[in-house]
Design a protein around this ligand. Structure first.
Ligand code: FE
Length: 390
């Protein structure tokens, strides 16, 4: 038996946040990030809409990018004191991901972080609150997914939490919010969305339920991402929907090793953070070449859906070239060396990073198996920009 789970309701289109005026509830906690939602007036809009619905509102502000275990625990405590029956998470992936984990600890204070990192092992949520997610970036699609990424800064590792219990009840996909994104964020989040759709399409768990969502998302990213990066607001709106479709696909088909690798390198180097979408964008063409030994036909289907012709092999190369082209036009580097990772440090850490990446929860659904030794070879190709021929 298979399962396909999405939010009960998805409200989309300009002004979709106004649906909050009609929402049912008594007390809402609004979880939000660093301040852009406040600056642009969206936080006020959300709070006023909830008040108009007769709901008492409390704020939990200041969720940092790549939220920490500590922030999650702090938010859960605030929820235990306020006792909301609605959790409204507003912003990019970070506040929404953090709020999902807070939700679990709010409903089950005795649960430990270790209990939750086992995939699909959450206790039954919705005993105390329902969850509304309003996304302001066009990438993670956390407003529709069963995932949350929380960072343990002491261990330098990102934990992807996974369970259909944390798929939101209501997703609000209002493109007005995405219009505030700076171009670099558009580039990184857009390539994250493309990676979600491509990894979902070739995943061992892909299905007739997820394939159409993935293909449509890929086609939309292919045509709308660069215009969106260049401030075309109609394209920006389409990207907000495209990333949501990609999210619906990967929440049910899961991902692959591009994400395993991005999770384990994001916070690993002293030269600074590698933004999630940027890491995916760099790794994706190399991983396609590695995986294509097993599923060239699936990548060829993707390529043909965006107008690339030829044999399966030619289509795989055409798809990688198209990804290179997208990266290039948005100033995303082609190698980890160009990104600025120091060679010495790379060599020193890559064996451990490779072992961690293989052990990541996303590796299980990758279409081709990989060992830590081969992962290290793959990372080395990505560092120097050499050909993947194994
Ligand atoms: Fe991602």
């Amino acid at each position: 038996m298979m399962r396909f789970t999405l939010p009960r309701d998805m409200y989309y289109g300009n002004g979709a946040v106004d649906v909050l005026k009609t929402i049912k509830g008594k007390k809402a906690i609004v979880v939000v990030g660093g301040g852009s939602m406040k600056r642009f007036g969206f936080l006020d809009k959300v709070v006023n809409n909830l008040k108009e619905a007769g709901i008492e509102v409390q704020l939990f502000e200041g969720v940092e990018p790549d939220p920490s275990v500590e922030t999650v625990m702090k938010g859960a405590k605030a929820m235990q004191e306020f006792e909301p029956d609605l959790i409204v998470a507003l912003g990019g992936g970070s506040p929404i991901d953090a709020a999902k984990a807070m939700w679990a600890f709010y409903e089950y204070p005795e649960v430990t972080f270790e209990d939750l990192i086992t995939p699909f092992n959450f206790p039954e949520l919705r005993q105390k609150a329902k969850f509304v997610a309003i996304s302001s970036t066009s990438g993670t699609a956390t407003e529709v997914t069963a995932f949350s990424v929380i960072t343990d800064y002491h261990k330098g590792i990102k934990y992807p939490l996974a369970d259909f219990n944390i798929t939101p009840d209501i997703a609000i996909v209002d493109p007005e919010l995405a219009k505030t994104m700076p171009p670099k964020l558009v580039a990184h989040t857009g390539m994250d969305a493309l990676t979600h759709a491509i990894e979902a399409y070739v995943s061992t768990l892909h299905s007739p339920f997820t394939d159409p969502l993935a293909i449509k998302a890929i086609q939309m990213v292919n045509s709308d991402l660069v215009p969106s990066y260049n401030e075309d607001m109609n394209a920006r709106e389409q990207m907000h929907y495209a990333q949501c479709l990609a999210g619906q696909a990967f929440s049910n088909a899961l991902l692959g090793i591009v994400h395993s690798m991005a999770h384990k390198t994001g916070a690993a180097f002293s030269t600074g953070h590698i933004p999630h979408g940027c890491a995916n964008a760099i790794y994706l063409p190399y991983v396609i070449k590695y995986n294509a030994k097993n599923c060239a036909d699936r990548y060829a289907e993707i390529a043909r859906s965006i107008g690339i012709h030829g044999t399966d092999k030619e289509c795989v190369i055409g798809l990688c070239n198209r990804i290179d082209e997208l990266n290039k036009s948005m100033d995303i580097p082609k190698t980890l060396k160009d990104f600025g990772i120091i060679e010495e440090e790379f060599k020193e850490k890559i064996a451990e990073i490779s072992a961690n990446a293989v052990a990541d929860a996303c590796t299980g659904s990758n279409p081709r198996e990989i060992t830590p030794e081969v992962m290290e070879k793959l990372f080395t190709c990505i560092y120097y920009g050499t050909e993947v021929d194994f």
